[in-house]
Write a protein of this length. Structure first.
Length: 305
């Protein structure tokens, strides 16, 4: 008989993206829920408090608890308020998986010949949100533009090297992490609004990688022959990318019932399965569980119907 676990992602994002499924993973029957609060921080805090002690793990959706750069972890104040609403149930934001799974995914699609990153122009929409990607992409020869200042702060200043990203992160993250989160990231209905004001940065890239909500909010109408590396995509998102001319979509988290969930959800699943506290998890613990589950990146050729 399979063990049953229940994880919930409480998200500041749009409730239009809610989903509830039951899947079998290894020896576990896993009930996964994603519940959006449409940007309502107080509602999210109340929901986390209500779930506390009643489910196996909670994911923070639509917000990061930690941003990581150059080996240092910065805590976002608004996310800490949410996480502290749970006293019993472990709370995760996906950063553990971003540093392990996503680094591995980039390496694998290179090793498998799916993408040769050498000299490819990559727009990583937020490097401090995806520091595993931020580090490995230039190691594989990609020419990376980090969009942290552009998309989080609204300043058209692309960062062209990892050292520039590290410098800016050390300078600005202590300030950014105490700002109201909706000032630096689209929450609630803002996730459904789009603008192409920074379209030129997408135009010059071969590959756009990182957080899907940033990608969705700022990508231009025409995305011919682009490759997207992201997650948290629904069937409607995939069709939208196809209509804009995107050539290939690579999801770093597995597909369940037509969509990929955020890293916070999948990290919550791993925490629930291992029955470890997040602070006790090491990178090798995540990698071991990923190997046991056999999770692979999902590659969708959008040029094929």
């Amino acid at each position: 008989m399979s063990d049953s676990i229940h994880v919930v992602s409480v998200s500041l994002g749009s409730s239009l993206r809610d989903k509830s499924i039951i899947v079998t993973l290894g020896n576990f029957q896993v009930h996964i829920e994603r519940i959006g609060t449409d940007g309502d921080m107080n509602a999210a805090i109340k929901m986390i408090n209500d779930f506390d002690g009643k489910i196996d793990a909670i994911g923070l959706g639509g917000i990061d608890l930690y941003l990581i750069a150059n080996g240092k972890k910065y805590t976002i104040r608004d996310a800490r308020k949410m996480a502290d609403a749970a006293k019993i149930t472990p709370v995760v934001d996906g950063s553990g998986l971003k540093h392990t799974l996503e680094r591995r995914v980039i390496q694998k699609i290179s090793d498998d010949g799916i993408i040769n990153f050498k000299d490819k122009k990559v727009l990583l929409v937020s490097g401090v949100d995806r520091f595993g990607m931020a580090e490995i992409l230039p190691e594989l020869g990609a020419k990376v533009m980090y969009g942290d200042v552009i998309f989080a702060l609204g300043m058209p200043i692309p960062l062209r090297t990892l050292n520039q990203l590290k410098f800016i992160a050390a300078l600005l993250l202590p300030i950014i992490t105490i700002m109201p989160f909706d000032m630096i990231y689209p929450t609630g209905e803002k996730q459904e609004k789009t603008t192409s004001k920074y379209g030129k940065y997408f135009d010059e890239a071969d590959i756009i990688a990182g957080d899907y909500h940033y990608i969705n909010r700022y990508m231009p109408e025409k995305m011919q022959d682009k490759i997207i590396i992201t997650n948290t995509t629904t069937a409607a998102d995939i069709e939208k990318l196809r209509l804009r001319g995107v050539k290939m979509l690579i999801s770093t988290t597995p597909e369940f019932d037509g969509r990929s969930f955020g890293t916070n959800v999948m990290e919550a699943v791993i925490i629930a399965m291992t029955k470890k506290r997040p602070e006790d998890m090491k990178p090798e613990d995540y990698l071991k569980t990923l190997d046991e589950l056999g999770w692979q990146p999902r590659v969708v050729n959008l040029e094929e119907k």
